[in-house]
Design a protein around this ligand. Sequence first.
Ligand code: FES
Length: 198
Amino acid sequence: MSEDDADRIDRNRRHFLAVATAVTGAFGAGMVAVPFLSSLKPSARAQALGAPVEVPIGSMQPGEMIRVLWRGRLVFVLRRTEEMLTRLSENLDQLRDPDSAVIEQQPESSVNEYRSLKPEYLIVEGSCTHLGCAPLEDFEVRPNENWGGGFFCPCHGSKFDLAGRVFKSVPAPTNLRVPPHRFVRDDLILIGQDTGAA
Ligand code: FES
């Protein structure tokens, strides 16, 4: 591991601890809510237990990422900029699965160069495919580190590009998983239900 990587792991571990504390708090609140599930109406109970989740994206700016929970799993929704999209075709030889050949990692409808239904929007589970830590976004381009932006896992240093594709020589074996999803409207995504084309 290079010194740059070690520094970055230290820096990101501190960030990770802060995020983990916040997420743990959120899950803690969710666990407190579990006893109340039985008192919910059937539709509300289904929603809480794993029904598809609607995500409004109308106010998202290019370059912005939001986190949502679906079935208790963290999901990243990133609105990529034109520049980010351009970078997806660079350095393909450094990726382990640039063409999404591992079919379990995404619906068929997202097997393309963007790993998404619409190029602008990346939707991936925020769970590292090594041991399940939450990767951190790192969208700063650093040519001297051969880094065009993407996601970095603070636990053991796995790296993923701006389409959630894993780099070679890291512990994570596969790309980040794209959950089933579809666009209800241009400004609304439904996570947990795909187009039916998969
Ligand atoms: S859990 Fe992400 S690198 Fe190990």
